[in-house]
Design a protein around this ligand. Structure first.
Ligand code: ADP
Ligand code: MG
Length: 325
């Protein structure tokens, strides 16, 4: 990969985009360091794709500014396009061509001589485990194979920075795991990766740092561990025997800890952030004294799900597009 000195890969200040009257991206600052995987985590419609498209020069920036490796995105779009490999949420490959033909075509479109386009393409097919399927039309590919081919296509020019827009949405768990390995491999080869995801576990597993985006705004940023710490060292997860007791339980928690529990949409379930795990006992005793029966209880390290719920007051609603393309 191209040698890029350590430092800042992406810097955005007050990035904004308005569609009609809707502010899809509403003043976001970003600081992505070279060599890291930076995750933009947010539910459907949060503005993730719009941000990536602006940074990739595919969409005009309405407000704020952005630099990639020190190059201004709005002023020098042609330089930016040399620096960034973009992989779309919707694969950009041609259905009627084979995998090998697709990569060759991408290489040619990027200005590589024919023989070079073929050898780079074959290297990538090999690296992504697609050599056996190289001469099959894409129409016969599974969702996971398409994603890998799409990623391979974005790597033809060996860009130092890769944008991955929801690289595993709709993939089955095994294929997701393979994709994660592939993404980690990119970083091991010296790439910087900016990815979007609506999966909390994906942000947790892959990212060095995460920005949580909701309604076009950044609501939190940090390492996955730092984000988990924002909701306390540990979480007391309670399932009440009777969901009608939720208001009483909230009152008890507020009295004992001076803070409110996070209500889960699942009826009767509440998560209580604890500074110290041993405060769990006091909460349980107070609930019993108040006559609130509990169906199940556990103490866990907070998940990013709880972080999201605590930060935004709502769940990630990202389970509505499970299609496997
Ligand atoms: N081209 C467009 N025209 C109008 N509205 C758009 C357009 N693209 C995105 N939006 C709206 O902007 C918001 C953010 O969209 P998007 O960036 O695609 O979110 P995400 O990628 O996080 O799901 C959504 O409300 C979406 O409907
Ligand atoms: Mg999107």
């Amino acid at each position: 990969m191209t040698d890029i000195p350590p430092g800042v890969a992406v810097r955005a200040e007050g990035l904004a985009k308005t569609f009609g009257t809707h502010r899809a991206v509403d003043g976001v600052d970003l600081d992505v360091r070279t060599g890291e995987i930076f995750g933009i985590l947010g539910p459907n419609g949060a503005g993730k794709t719009t941000m990536l498209r602006m940074l990739a020069t595919l969409l005009a920036i309405d407000g704020g500014r952005a630099e990639i490796f020190g190059v201004d995105v709005a002023r020098d779009p042609h330089v930016i396009r040399q620096l960034v490999g973009v992989t779309g949420q919707y694969a950009s490959v041609d259905e009627h061509l084979t995998a090998r033909e697709n990569l060759w075509l991408f290489g040619r479109l990027q200005g590589l001589p024919g023989a070079r386009a073929r050898s780079v393409g074959d290297d990538l097919l090999d690296r992504f485990g697609l050599l056996d399927a190289a001469d099959k039309p894409i129409a016969q590919f599974s969702g996971g194979m398409r994603r890998r081919l799409d990623l391979a296509a974005s790597l033809i020019t060996r860009p130092p920075l890769i944008f991955l827009d929801e690289p595993t949405t709709g993939l089955d768990p095994r294929t997701r795991g393979q994709m994660w390995e592939t993404i980690r491999g990119l970083v091991a080869d010296g790439c910087t990766v900016l990815l979007t995801t609506q999966y909390l576990d994906e942000a947790d597993q892959l990212s060095d740092r995460v920005a949580v985006i909701d309604h076009g705004r950044k609501v939190a940023e940090g390492t996955p561990d730092e984000l988990k710490t924002t909701v306390g060292d540990s979480t007391l997860q309670l399932l009440l025997a009777d969901p009608a007791d939720v208001p009483a339980a909230v009152g008890v928690v507020r009295r004992v800890l001076g803070s409110d529990p996070v209500l889960s949409p699942e009826r009767g379930r509440l998560n209580v952030a604890l500074d110290q795990a041993d405060l769990a006992g006091e909460v349980l005793i107070a609930l019993r004294t108040a006559g609130v029966p509990i169906a199940s209880v556990s103490v866990a390290k907070p998940s990013l799900d709880e972080v999201f719920l605590a930060l935004t007051g709502h769940e990630t609603d990202g389970d509505d597009n499970e299609e496997d393309r």
